[in-house]
Design a protein around this ligand. Structure first.
Ligand code: PLP
Length: 393
């Protein structure tokens, strides 16, 4: 008898993947240029030229035995030092290479962090709408997954609902800003309020409640500052990824940063190393480690996303759709004109518009539009969105 839960996870494709596969079918049938696919969060802009130059130089000029060899399980010491220095320089918070763990992207950072923190019976809170894999990662780590909905419309934290959800079993809350799927950025005021609430609850229950700060979209913001949570709340673990900032999602590189202000950083870091070991996530790809060492702080040309956002957001509002204005990431969360977002997405297919219904993000009645596509596709989609809305008038 093999593991039934894993078999189910392997067989049941995510809704996003289902839609993407449907898109592949339509692309084969009617030509790629006629399919208005807004399903996947795959960066549409290339990695900066500098990244490619560094990789090429590393491949041609570095001793191949070193370049392609194992690094330390937690990552090369020089790479971790460069990341730790940059955290201190950019955000003004203390960091140490001994509290950085290199990973294969944010997905690995999250599974490792959750596994490191959670004991059976602990609760992990996600703020809905959330990246659907949180549930998979948290439950595999042994947690009871608890969902707290954000306020409808602006998708900021509903503090009343959050306070009611926290109890003596709460081990962690996952915070994702800029957010997938809403694009909303949590303000400094919100982060301060969140810190105050968690500090109050820690004191009340005599427990530690950690923020797992999932930030693959940190640099993808349009005229906003994203508060760095370790500067506001001590018990924070940052899960970072270069997938979106450097347009390198297929290369699988990111890191975990355990704040030195957590209540027991040495043991938490040991648990991170232990979880990495138990999950087989050791020695993140060495070529990528050495590459990111030289491009920390560099970002792909996000003007392209900003332009897409502006065109799409303005047009959708004009046609009568309602969306929270996204300040970051490359997603737009739009209210479905009918209460059943699945039915709306089915109707959209008539216009070859592929949208993701929000149910799998833990929030009903909306659709996610990934605008990390070409401007040409955005422009081509506008009449389709307009005609679709006309059906509801
Ligand atoms: N977290 C969020 C919110 C995401 O949107 C994604 C990917 O889309 C991930 C984590 C996983 O990122 P990575 O490709 O770095 O594993």
């Amino acid at each position: 008898m093999i593991n039934a839960k894993m078999t189910e996870l392997g067989k049941v494709r995510s809704v996003i993947r289902e839609i993407f596969e449907y898109g592949n079918k339509r692309r084969a049938e009617i030509g790629a240029e006629n399919v208005l696919d807004f399903s996947l969060g795959n960066p549409s802009i290339p990695a900066p030229e500098k990244v490619r130059e560094i990789m090429a130089r590393l491949v041609t000029e570095t001793d191949p035995v070193k370049l392609h060899g194992y690094t330390s399980a937690q990552g090369d010491a020089g790479v971790r030092k460069a990341i730790s220095d940059s955290i201190t320089e950019r955000f003004g918070v203390a960091a140490s290479p001994d509290l950085i763990y290199m990973t294969c992207g944010a997905a690995a950072s999250l599974t490792i962090s959750l596994t490191a923190l959670v004991n059976d019976g602990d609760e992990v809170i996600a703020l809905a709408p959330f990246f659907p894999e949180y549930r998979v990662f948290a439950e595999k780590a042994g947690a009871n997954f608890k969902v707290v909905k954000c306020s409808d419309g602006d998708f900021q934290i509903d503090f009343c609902a959050l306070e009611n959800a926290i109890n003596e079993n709460t081990k962690a809350i996952i915070v994702n800003s800029p957010n997938n799927p809403t694009g909303v950025v949590l303000s400094e005021e919100t982060i301060v309020k969140l810190s105050d609430l968690l500090n109050k609850k820690q004191a009340e229950f005599g427990t530690s409640i950690y923020i797992i700060c999932d930030e693959p979209y940190r640099e993808l913001v349009y005229g906003m500052e994203v508060p760095y949570i370790p500067a506001f709340y001590d018990n924070t673990i940052v899960c970072y990824s270069f997938s979106k900032s450097l347009s390198l999602p297929g290369e699988r590189i990111g890191y975990i940063f355990v704040s030195p202000k957590t209540d027991n950083p040495t043991d938490i870091y040991a648990a991170v190393c232990g979880a990495g070991r138990a999950l087989g996530f050791v020695c993140a790809p060495s070529l990528l480690q050495y590459t990111v060492k030289e491009c920390i702080g560099l970002t792909a040309d996000i003007e392209v996303y900003k332009k897409n956002r502006d065109i799409l957001y303005n047009a959708l509002c004009e046609y009568g759709y309602k969306c929270a204005k996204p300040d970051g990431a490359f997603y737009l969360f739009m209210k479905s004109p009918e209460s059943d977002a699945n039915a709306f997405c089915e109707r959209a297919k008539k216009y070859e518009l592929l949208l993701v219904p929000s149910d799998s993000f833990g929030y009903e009645g909306y659709v996610r539009i990934s605008y990390c596509v070409s401007e040409k596709q955005i422009l081509k989609s506008l009449p389709a969105f307009k005609a679709l809305m006309e059906e509801y008038k």
